[in-house]
Unconditional design. Structure first.
Length: 612
């Protein structure tokens, strides 16, 4: 266990819990949290591998609690595949929180990549370790109802899976970065040791208001309801935007996997392409109203207890977190009442530090766009600068539509966006109030950005060469990153995995990257977007670790924000300022970059007392 024990000196065990399920009471129909906290929930037993040298042991429901009580959990780390599942069971039903969580599913997202299946069976086969046992034979059977053969088969299968998980951990730990273990553990605890409280009354009001409301995104897209409701027409919308649509088997042959429960569609909600995410939201809103559904899901969770914040560690290709368990705390709309429903527990305040324009700062720093960096260093607002130049008059923060379009230019144009998409996104109001631009105005905005940011444009061209190096397996340094073995390594050893092929499409021949949604064209500006977001995530993640090590509870995160609990006393201002300073601290791998952060502090997840 050298790779794992270097930063963590403790006993390490591997555990897998077996639980009751049937056709209705199953994770296919319920959230992970809802399933575990349901009155019908029942543990059959568990297999535990106590160390690397002895075989796993099976303990049935009667033996298990006695075994768990004998463990010194203050000095024990636990390996699981999908630690949120086993972890919430241990916490909620047994009152157990180990010293540390290791999650092979989380580790695989970083090391293997999100473009491949990451279940235990798929990963075991990927590494040549064998196959996972099959548990469907026990559907609908309580442990007391199983015969001797069934109990034996359940136990042997569970022991097999524990051994497989330990073998998988041994494979993954060889390359897993030491610092990232703490981030996995922190992510698991956001779910398994919940602290936030949901305002059930407010959530019910939101559900009542939103239930049955049609999504006004249709008008912004200029689409009829039929285009979003129809499976085939919606698939066409996605294909026109470069998404390879997944299909599933229907009664009469393959059909697009765009139903409200299809993972392909749910994944699109977390797309880094705002337009694709908005189309997916429109589709789901017409089917079931996503805001109403989310308010209902969080409200139901609040009725069962504290809010279990489920985030997928490295859920995005950029290593950023993504949302999960059908609540998606990662994607709560700014300014919406659903945010206000999230509250700090008694005697605490919720501090929410937000790194200011982090992607824009990192992009211009790495590209060498010195005038923009100096504007940041002087405390200027680059969004109003480019907006003022476009509108030919002084723009301030009070000019929200114009400044929002300037913000869109600085952020999205920095990643090579074209005029057509710039126009569509402006109309969506992603960066501020919706703005209607003509084709000519959108083109002028894009050209204005490129003419005033020549170093960024040159950075895109350099990234084209990086793609060729990735595809060719070459090694080289690129700013604070290292290109090696078809991956891009970040300063702390985490990485972006790439599966590239030279392919022909409607836009001609070029490099394409394999993603969860299929093959997508990869070009210099797109690679710049991915790596900039990865580095932004790393600055936030390292800051959250420093805040956690200082003794604060980090209970959630959303993009460039952290959610931190601070005591509600006369030292809350001092705590908030410490947290803000950590979020703006300059990492050693970006020397001299001018970073900044804001923080709000209050009883709810909203704009509270602001500390600049």
């Amino acid at each position: 266990m050298e790779g794992a024990q270097a930063p963590f000196q403790m006993q390490i065990i591997c555990l897998d819990l077996e639980t009751y399920f049937d056709r209705e009471f199953t994770l296919k129909r319920l959230t992970t949290e809802g399933y575990i906290r349901d009155p019908r929930f029942e543990v059959h037993g568990a297999a535990i591998k106590w160390n690397a040298h002895t075989p796993a042991q099976w303990y049935d429901e009667h033996q298990l609690e006695q075994q768990l009580q004998q463990v010194d959990w203050n000095d024990t780390g636990v390996i699981c595949h999908h630690a949120q599942f086993d972890g919430l069971i241990l916490r909620h039903h047994f009152g157990i929180a180990p010293r540390f969580w290791f999650c092979t599913l989380s580790m695989a997202r970083l090391l293997v990549g999100n473009h491949l299946p990451l279940g235990l069976d798929a990963l075991a086969k990927h590494f040549g370790l064998g196959a996972k046992s099959q548990g469907f034979l026990f559907a609908g059977k309580h442990y007391a109802e199983m015969n001797v053969w069934e109990r034996s088969a359940l136990a042997e299968g569970c022991k097999h899976d524990v051994a497989l998980t330990w073998q998988l951990f041994d494979r993954l730990r060889v390359e897993f970065p030491a610092e990232e273990y703490e981030l996995v553990d922190m992510t698991v605890r956001m779910f398994t040791e919940p602290k936030l409280v949901g305002d059930r009354k407010l959530l019910d009001e939101i559900w009542q208001q939103e239930n049955g409301r049609h999504n006004d995104l249709l008008r912004q897209f200029g689409l009829s309801e039929q285009w979003v409701r129809s499976n085939d027409q919606f698939a066409t919308l996605l294909e026109e935007r470069g998404i390879a649509v997944h299909y599933k088997q229907g009664k009469n042959g393959p059909i697009p996997a765009v139903g409200k429960n299809d993972q392909f569609l749910l994944d699109l909600l977390d797309s880094e392409d705002e337009e694709i995410a908005a189309l997916a939201a429109a589709r789901l809103d017409l089917k079931s109203s996503i805001i109403a559904t989310r308010a209902k899901a969080i409200g139901n969770m609040a009725a069962r207890g504290a809010l279990c914040v489920y985030l997928l560690y490295a859920g995005a290709h950029t290593t950023r977190w993504s949302g999960g368990d059908r609540c998606n705390f990662q994607n709560l709309r700014r300014g919406h009442e659903i945010r206000r429903s999230i509250q700090a527990p008694a005697r605490y305040l919720l501090a929410v530090p937000d790194q200011s324009q982090i992607e824009c700062r990192i992009l211009n720093y790495l590209a060498g766009e010195l005038d923009v960096i100096e504007k940041f260093r002087a405390g200027g607002d680059p969004y109003t600068g480019i907006a003022s130049e476009f509108y030919q008059r002084p723009i301030t923060k009070a000019d929200q539509p114009e400044r929002g379009t300037g913000k869109q230019a600085e952020l999205s144009c920095g990643y090579g966006v074209g005029a057509a998409k710039f126009k569509r996104v402006a109309k969506l109001g992603t960066y501020g109030p919706p703005v209607s631009l003509s084709d000519d105005e959108a083109a002028r905005f894009v050209n204005l950005y490129r003419s005033t940011h020549p170093a960024v444009v040159r950075y895109w061209r350099a990234a084209d060469g990086i793609i060729a190096a990735l595809a060719g397996g070459h090694s080289l340094n690129w700013g604070p990153m290292t290109v090696k073995d078809g991956s891009i390594y970040l300063p702390n050893g985490s990485m972006l995995r790439y599966a590239l092929e030279w392919k022909q499409d409607d836009n001609g021949a070029g490099w394409q990257q394999k993603t969860r949604q299929g093959w997508a064209r990869l070009y210099g500006a797109k690679l710049v977007e991915q790596t900039t977001q990865a580095l932004a995530r790393l600055t936030a993640a390292q800051a959250m670790l420093r805040i956690k090590r200082a003794g604060f509870s980090v209970v959630g995160t959303s993009h460039d924000e952290a959610w931190v609990l601070v005591p509600d006393n006369d030292q809350s201002d001092e705590a908030a300022e410490f947290i803000r300073q950590e979020m703006k601290a300059v990492p050693e791998w970006l020397p001299g970059i001018p970073l900044d952060a804001e923080i709000t502090v209050g009883h709810r997840y909203e704009k509270g007392l602001s500390h600049a």
